[in-house]
Design a protein around this ligand. Sequence first.
Ligand SMILES: Nc1ncnc2c1ncn2[C@@H]1O[C@H](COP(=O)(O)OP(=O)(O)OP(=O)(O)O)[C@@H](O)[C@H]1O
Ligand SMILES: [Mg+2]
Length: 268
Amino acid sequence: MKHQGLGPVLAIANQKGGVGKTTTSVNLAASLAALEKKVLLLDLDPQGNASSGLGIDKQEANISLYDVLVGDCSLVEAMRHTNFEGLSIVPASMDLAGAEVELVGMAQREYRLSHAFSAYQGNERFDYVIIDCPPALNLLTVNALTAADRVMITLQTEFYALEGLTQLLETIRRIRQALNPNLDMDGILLTMVDRRNKLAVQVEQEVRDYFGAQVYETIIPRNVRLSEAPSFGIPALQHDIRSKGAQAYLALAREMLLRHSAPQAMEV
Ligand SMILES: Nc1ncnc2c1ncn2[C@@H]1O[C@H](COP(=O)(O)OP(=O)(O)OP(=O)(O)O)[C@@H](O)[C@H]1O
Ligand SMILES: [Mg+2]
């Protein structure tokens, strides 16, 4: 953990769109909070789905992660509590789409988020910081990976699941080499799994054979409660705690806490 009071920082990434990054960010964050961890969620995607999924209208968010990245305000000024006990958020705004371009001309452009973390002097101590990355390997994602301690990759179990994965792993390797030597692979999470589908079972097996212990044992099933919850602006845990989706994210949070408390067990 490299940032005082903030950590570990977990980036949830995949440049592929619609593979469960935001659903995982929101519901893993809420599950960790339900297990009495203090969690800060950062919405780094101009689409702002994690923000709206937690009831924050991105038009309304007058201070956002954009302001932090361009240096107009501190992390403390941009964060706010959510209605979910133990869970705070720095929301996104549409400006983030422009930040990509603006950051290019700025000093230390890959380190903007990392520096905002280093400057953190808030009273609150967060046990976990979770970053929901946009579906691109752009400067925003590079900022997330440069600031993070660990990266989790979500994979939707379908025929094209592994498409683009080589490029993502290569990007992680390059960032480790040039920008953030401490970046660890947290693991691979299989999302939207439908085990009645033969192809999905086959894809899961291939991923497990290839990546071994890096793949979380917990899988996230396809579950309608997970897709409904954001329209109410709440995590699935609050929408329907008994649903398979909510329970899967709770199981994921438990598995993660266990893995992080016994890092050796994870070596591959
Ligand atoms: N386990 C699941 N069961 C059912 N629907 C799901 C599940 N996970 C995600 N979804 C739905 O699939 C869609 C894509 O999920 P999500 O937004 O989490 O992916 P993403 O990787 O963040 O997408 P983007 O790349 O656009 O940011 C959303 O409509 C979401 O509600
Ligand atoms: Mg998303």
